[in-house]
Design a protein around this ligand. Structure first.
Ligand SMILES: [Zn+2]
Length: 421
């Protein structure tokens, strides 16, 4: 059934206008709410309206649930961020952020341009509730009213969205951070309006380093220390990422934002339980080098590692040689697969792609490269630093550095034996 069919069915059930129901379903669909759940939400809203003549319950923020349907509350605006979204071929500007009272805080999305001002205390009437990222959220839509409250509330939260990078969580909106740009790279992506240039990279402050994307590339976000206002936070490969939109403000800072230069050291178990970390240091022993390491072949179309000249997506292709290592690191609390790129692999192997090809040619066997790597690292202790992702394929650390521990007891023992020979 199409959205229109669902809307017609529901509208006739409820005895209301189809267009009205359709617009509510569209709004929920925009948020990827499954259609059955969306229909329930709309049904509940109309049922409630019918039962109590449109009286909407007034609640403290902490008491609001995703199932309330419609609710009114008085709260302080903590943050207000603007963002444009694509929907039905059109661009809609929405505003979003957080509201709070003495009991708690809640996210909101403003579809109607109420222009909530951070710090203001407002009376929100007849907002709709829904679940967003596992929490209740208020939607300020057509039927909603927003007025200045008679009295200001004081709340135990910071107003204005100033945050350190370590504070950020996916879903945060209207955020202000002061950071140093550590890496920035221009990329062309296939956007809705054809090819679009964006900038992505890494920013840091004294608490953390995180990836960022600037969707409206501006020169200020290329280097140096900057203040980014009205950013939003998304999840990128299991870690929060700072997003600057056309509505964000980026201004250079006079001073330099200090950046934590060492990655956070965690046990493997703690890192995996964190569900992904952008910059983490793990120390353990390499217990195995997995298949698909050494001199490998990639599909020229998609870059996937291929076997026997067959790509899963592109069929028979002329593979391109590359070097890679997938090593299993174990620290006694857990294991991760550390993935080394061609450069880090060359350091461990003691030679680059040309050396590896020659080695394989001489031996008439490509697996000799992986064998040498295995002999060089298995049973030794390494300090691996990089981005950890945890998903259905397991825990993978994409390494930025991979160094043998100088105080490695195995290496020390080996060195002593060498001398004794
Ligand atoms: Zn492919």
């Amino acid at each position: 059934m199409s959205l229109q069919d669902h809307a017609e069915e529901l509208a006739s059930d409820l005895g209301v206008d189809t267009a009205e129901v359709r617009s509510e379903l569209e709004t929920l669909d925009k948020y990827d709410v499954p259609i059955d759940e969306a229909k329930q939400t709309v049904r509940r809203r109309y049922d409630t309206d019918g039962d109590d003549g449109g009286e909407v319950p007034s609640k403290d923020v902490a008491a609001i649930t995703a199932d309330d349907g419609s609710v009114s509350t008085t709260a302080v605006v903590l943050t207000a961020g603007k963002r444009s979204i694509q929907y039905g071929g059109d661009t809609h500007v929405i505003q979003e952020g957080e509201l709070a009272d003495e009991t708690g805080r809640i996210s909101y999305t403003d579809w109607e341009g109420f222009d909530l001002e951070p710090g203001a205390t407002v009376r929100v009437g007849n907002a709709n509730t829904r679940e967003w990222e596992g929490e209740p959220e208020l939607n300020l839509g057509e039927g909603t009213t927003v007025e200045s409250a008679a009295e200001s509330l004081s709340v135990p939260y910071d107003v204005g969205g100033e945050a350190t990078l370590a504070d950020l969580d996916p879903g945060d909106r209207g955020v202000t951070v002061e950071v140093q740009v550590l890496e920035a790279e221009s990329r062309t992506i296939d956007g809705r309006d054809g090819e679009t240039e964006i900038i992505s990279g890494v920013v840091g402050d004294e608490t953390a380093r995180l990836p960022f994307t600037d969707w409206d590339p501006r020169p200020e976000l290329r280097e140096g220390s900057v203040r980014i206002e009205n950013a939003y936070v998304r999840e990128f490969r299991g870690v929060p990422s700072v997003n600057a939109s056309e509505f964000s403000t980026v201004s250079p800072l006079k001073g330099t934002v200090e950046v934590a230069d060492s990655a956070e050291r965690r046990s493997i178990r703690a890192a995996v339980e964190a569900g992904g970390l952008f910059d983490v240091e793990l120390v353990g022993s390499v217990v195995a080098v997995r298949d698909g390491s050494g001199l490998i072949e990639r599909c020229p179309e998609c870059g996937r590692v291929i076997d026997g000249g067959q790509c899963r997506s592109h069929g028979a292709v002329e593979g391109e040689d590359d070097l890679r290592v997938k090593a299993i690191l174990d620290d006694g609390t857990g294991t991760v697969t550390v993935v080394l790129d061609a450069e880090l692999t060359a350091e461990i192997y003691g030679g680059g792609l040309e050396a590896a090809r020659e080695h394989a040619r001489d031996a008439m066997d490509r697996s000799v490269v992986a064998d040498d790597i295995r002999a060089a690292i298995v049973g030794r202790e390494f300090r691996a630093r990089g981005s950890l992702t945890v998903d259905e394929y397991g825990a993978n650390l994409t390494a930025r550095s991979f160094e043998q521990r100088r105080d490695d007891p195995t290496a020390r023992a080996r060195a002593i034996l060498e001398v004794a020979k």
